[in-house]
Design a protein around this ligand. Structure first.
Ligand code: ATP
Ligand code: MG
Length: 215
């Protein structure tokens, strides 16, 4: 049964089709939302969980990552008015490094009998072999891939990928963080509600301070 806005599917209900769209979401942007909404529609999913990574270990040490609770708040704000999309705090609750294999195991327990779909952009899909226990990810879920602008990538031919066409939006969190540095607008690239969270919590303030500092 489709899940109404703001509702979480109840554990134990009839077979559910649950999408898991994981990310650092630092910050969440229109590319994430358009992807989640279109996969939700194309595959007739009951819900897509925007699963916030606690420690995105593959990015750890490469830059300062915004605290997980703040990233979750930005995601919650982004999806609060979007039917079928909900924020996921499972990886925050698990703590430590976030591995999709563990997350899927938790969801499989929480929603017995549910069909799980792991949703990834093609840049992430191309790195599937580097994921911790990726064989478990493949056995616990169906893998859904969407294209991102950029050079085509090679996907593991052993995996039965489900391809979903979504509008290709050349937007990344990396670009958005760069926009904070030089003060370019973020309007329409992130939702107003997400922008409010950024302002209230003074996120990316270091980037803003840097831009305000004299050369
Ligand atoms: P960063 O630039 O910091 O890596 P990002 O924009 O790639 O950020 P992530 O949080 O790393 O966002 O990505 C989470 C998931 O969303 C990944 O599977 C990624 O491929 C996908 N994704 C990110 N941006 C887009 C986009 N514009 N279109 C489709 N998928 C996207
Ligand atoms: Mg990325």
């Amino acid at each position: 049964m489709p899940v109404a806005p703001g509702q979480t599917p109840s554990p134990g209900a009839a077979t559910q089709r649950i999408g898991v769209f994981g990310g650092t979401f630092d910050p969440p942007h229109v590319g994430h939302l358009v992807t989640a909404i279109n996969v939700h529609h194309a595959l007739g999913l009951d819900v897509v969980v925007m699963m916030v990574a606690n420690v995105p270990w593959q990015k750890d040490g490469t830059r300062d990552i915004t605290p997980a609770e703040d990233r979750l708040a930005m995601v919650a704000a982004a999806v609060e008015a979007v039917p079928g999309l909900i924020p996921g705090r499972h990886e925050l609750d698990l703590g430590g490094n976030s591995y999709t294999a563990d997350t899927l195991a938790v969801l499989a327990d929480e929603y017995p009998g549910a069909e799980l779909f792991t949703i990834v952009g093609d840049d992430a899909a191309a790195k599937l072999h580097s994921w911790e226990r990726h064989d478990e990810v493949v056995s616990l879920s169906s893998l859904v891939v969407v294209d991102r602008p950029g050079a085509p990538v090679v996907l593991d031919p052993e995996v039965d990928w489900i391809r979903v066409e979504v509008p290709r939006l050349d937007v990344s969190s990396t670009d958005l963080r760069a926009r904070f540095i030089d003060g370019r607008p973020l309007d329409y690239l992130v939702t107003d509600a997400t922008l409010d969270v950024i302002q209230q919590r003074e996120l990316y303030a270091n980037e803003l301070d840097t831009s305000a500092a004299p050369a």
